[in-house]
Ligand binder design. Structure first.
Ligand SMILES: Nc1ncnc2c1ncn2[C@@H]1O[C@H](COP(=O)(O)OP(=O)(O)OP(=O)(O)O)[C@@H](O)[C@H]1O
Ligand SMILES: [Mg+2]
Length: 306
């Protein structure tokens, strides 16, 4: 099916949808102290935004600062999508989730219109506007446009800039790390919030969250959490979830009558996740290397280098 297929467009789903957050930052996401601190600062600024910009009249002097734009960046599976929902929950607002991949790949010709519609809907509903997987969106506009799809991306970026200027609500972008952030976007983003792979303490919290209280465990729960956190260094929150998804059914396979999860089930599941990462092979390795360089370059562009 080509990107310009007309029949696919007629029954397309809306590229954005208004959702009610299921949790808040306090009860739904495990974050490092550093990331939490950045959230606290951003939330503080958002809570007093109206006072500063409207009541104090600073909006007349700083019209570009009327909106609040955040960028969540970091490796896959570290909780960026989760945190966007949780931020909306903390701020007691609905949120509009915009899947960029849908926008750019399927609905060629309509992306700019969809973006405008999303901003209008968010303004009407007072919703947090969340552009998930926004790497393509935030990139530099292409100067030598040769193909339709490039035109499309440029149109999307230009529309986004125009809409950002008009909007006075909250916008969150989530990125793995856009390689070439367009400086026009960089200058508009108020807070860059970094998501890292979980450290030991965060892994302990994640294990604690993932081990739902009714899961029958063969060993002491605290001990498993401690061991699990130590044995899963380098894994993301999403990978830890995969560990659980792999380990639990094994307890049933082992003993369908009285299933009970042992440390061994977790241990083998961790090994499987690590093996899967290796087997995707040199590609993951290459990706890790290039993304380290990209992250470095990206940090410099964003002005958040250490
Ligand atoms: N920091 C975290 N706290 C709690 N759960 C997490 C965290 N990180 C990952 N998870 C678990 O992994 C799942 C996937 O995380 P999420 O989709 O938020 O990652 P992401 O950073 O958006 O990844 P990607 O860059 O691939 O979009 C979550 O739904 C949750 O179950
Ligand atoms: Mg995500």
């Amino acid at each position: 099916m080509t990107k310009h297929n007309m029949t696919e467009r007629t029954d397309r789903p809306t590229p954005h949808e208004l959702r009610i957050p299921r949790f808040t930052l306090g009860n739904g996401v495990v974050l490092s102290a550093e990331t939490l601190r950045m959230f606290e600062e951003a939330i503080g600024a958002m809570r007093h935004h109206k006072e500063i910009y409207t009541d104090w009249g600073f909006g007349e002097i700083d019209p570009m600062g009327r909106n609040m734009i955040l960028n969540f960046y970091g490796p896959p599976g570290t909780g960026k999508t989760l945190a966007a929902e949780a931020l909306a929950g903390t701020l007691n607002r609905p949120y509009l989730h915009i899947g960029i991949s849908e926008l750019e790949s399927k609905y060629v010709g309509e992306t700019a219109k969809n973006i405008t519609a999303a901003f209008n809907a968010a303004a009407t509903e007072g919703a947090l506007l969340f552009f998930d997987e926004a790497d393509t969106l935030l990139g530099t506009r292409l100067s030598s446009v040769t193909q339709g799809i490039d035109n499309e991306i440029n149109a999307m970026r230009s529309t986004l800039l125009i809409e950002l200027e008009r909007f006075d609500g909250i916008v969150v972008f989530a990125t793995n790390f856009a390689k070439n952030y367009d400086s026009a976007f960089v200058s508009r983003i108020r807070y860059h919030i970094e998501f890292k792979l979980p450290g030991f303490d965060e892994r302990k919290q994640l294990w604690g969250r993932l081990l739902a209280p009714r899961i029958p465990l063969a060993e002491d729960r605290t001990l498993i959490i401690e061991r699990g956190a130590a044995a899963s260094d380098g894994l993301s929150g999403r990978e830890l979830r995969t560990v659980m998804r792999t380990a639990f059914p094994r307890a049933f396979i082992e003993n369908p009558e009285i299933p009970c999860v042992r440390w061994g089930h977790f241990e083998s599941a961790i090994a499987d996740v690590r093996a899967a990462n290796q087997n995707v092979g040199s590609r993951r390795h290459e990706k890790a290397l290039s993304s380290a360089a990209e992250i470095e370059a990206g940090r410099r562009i964003l002005g958040v280098a250490d």
